[in-house]
Design a binder for this molecule. Sequence first.
Ligand SMILES: Cc1cc2nc3c(=O)[nH]c(=O)nc-3n(C[C@H](O)[C@H](O)[C@H](O)COP(=O)(O)OP(=O)(O)OC[C@H]3O[C@@H](n4cnc5c(N)ncnc54)[C@H](O)[C@@H]3O)c2cc1C
Length: 639
Amino acid sequence: MSLIEAAFRFLCLLVLLGSGFPASNYTVSHEYCVLGAGPAGLQMGYFLSKSQRDYIILERNDGPGSFFDMPDLLFQRMTRELYPSADDFPRYLSMFVKELGLKVKYGTDVGRITAADINGNQGYVLTDQTGVSYQCSVLLVSTGLWVPQQVNFQGSDLVEGYESIPTDPEVFRDQSVLILGKGNSAFETAQSILGRASRIHLYSPSPVRLAWQTHYVGDLRLEDIAIVHRAREEGKQRRAKKGHQAALKGNEPLYLTLSELLEEQSGKNISGQNLPSYHTDNFSLRQPYDRVIRCLGFSFNFSIFDGSARPPQSTGARGRLPAVTAWYEGRGTPNMFVLGTAAHSRDYRISAGGFVHGFRYTVRAVHKILEQRYHNIAWPATKFPVTQLLPWILRRVNEASGTYQMFGVLGDVILLRGSHCEYLEEFPLQALPQLHVLSGLPISDQGLLVLIMQYGLNQTDTLGPGRAESEWTKAWKSKFLHPVLYYYNTVPTEKNMRQRPVGWPLPRPDALHHMVEDFLTEWDQPISHTQPLRRFLEHCLGADLRAFYAESCFLLSLTSRAPPIFCRQGYLRKQGIVGNHHLWKHARDAGLMEDHQGDSEPGDDASLPKFLKQTGGVVMSMMNYELFDLTQNLMEPKT
Ligand SMILES: Cc1cc2nc3c(=O)[nH]c(=O)nc-3n(C[C@H](O)[C@H](O)[C@H](O)COP(=O)(O)OP(=O)(O)OC[C@H]3O[C@@H](n4cnc5c(N)ncnc54)[C@H](O)[C@@H]3O)c2cc1C
């Protein structure tokens, strides 16, 4: 927003206030409205601020990250040694907002969102609790998941919600508690009342899923289920105490049965203790409970969207989330993007898009898409000669965090352009068919490589024998997270994407390379990692990618019509690393070059080997690729 525009809006506001009109009658316009100041909204605010866009973040509470500050959400139950204090996170987010000077408007509870025509394009109008309207060309919805998942059965009004149960464990002393659900919130609840409640049962239609087996970060961790063993111990002690169970004072005990048993008895007059199977021998729910608590998770709040602006429910995730495209735009709601945990339908139960450490990277990807679509700024791409591709890929597989955290969802795309390539980081894989439109980059017919991190498709016993593959020739059998390269002659189409094999993140490629899994997640070994990768790249590029010393380039240039690309891009253009005393010494110390006693060294012209002098070879390419400083593009040809 320009200074003049800001001043004009301020004047309008003063006029409105001064004229006795309620402030609620005015409309504010912004190019971007971010709804919700949780971690996702703030992350987007950071990118919008950095690129100097006109934006506002609207938040109903009086501080950022309110999700982590709600005592009734029991987040503080996670304050075990491995986890930071729940208060630390909103404090960190407040600092984030303050130090980056993000524009957040607190106390703005948006209750209605409608679609509107803004300069011929679909935009949105958001109305808050005071009647103030915010008109935005682009809406970024980062409202999280706040609607508790309900249960609906006869008597379900007696069930308490995870979001509203007392946080003081003492309240549960000597009570018999049934928890509906077997996810994180169910186990956290059980954990906090263990030792107080006389009995804790967990009930759900699906079995417990462990994160270390499913690789899904939202499933249970080992320390969560450790309470099962503690509960058994407590059970034994309770038996010793005898008859300790007490009904909740003033409340009737709660009896439960299963709906399928009820159906069998349909037509009969059933109530209270006459529930079917209550008297059946060994029926697991035959004892009454003092409390039944539902811990069934949360859904997206669709209710604030008018029919014109409401994204449909996702087909996965039991319809709890809005359906979004592969580039996180609401389906049927152009110019409205969904961010953060609400956008998890793209990778539900697959990757980390529902969690801070994952969606921070998808938010960054969405921002790059916004920059291209609305400001014609192409997806940032690094151009370099293909001779540098191998070390570049090795650096990415060992250092990149976006592709690692958002495995199978974000991947690096390498556009091959003959002797050069363009490297795009962390592109949403499912949007590959729209690569040209979303990135703004031209697609050549020389093919492309996609680098992703991937788990093996076959189930494995994570702690069992033979769980990992160490032989590079069997890299395709790797079970743990490892880098995989897909090579395509042309960009896959939407149809290819739809018809990809089950469980595959991408369609079947023209060539595929798995880098064998590594216990240390360091893919840097010459035989197991580097050499097979080089051979694969050479196969895709149809070029010898080895690095050569100047002497070899010289010989190959004399003996071959097509010397290796390394020599063509370096030595034959008089480029490479200039030899000097320090480099020679370093190469010798590292065992890269033989230590010829008495050999003359480059750097002082007089000491250049004779044959190089004759050919004008004043520049030496004597290092292996590991020694290249990638940040300085030393091999970039002169124009
Ligand atoms: C019990 C539990 C434990 C969890 N633990 C973790 C964990 O350890 N690590 C992790 O990464 N994730 C965890 N999560 C998931 C966590 O919710 C998200 O990772 C994170 O909070 C999502 O960030 P977000 O920005 O998408 O949404 P939120 O943090 O929910 O932020 C949304 C913001 O939007 C605001 N808002 C909503 N509606 C409106 C409206 N109509 N008008 C104005 N403002 C509005 C809210 O006030 C809120 O501040 C956990 C979730 C639960 C339920």
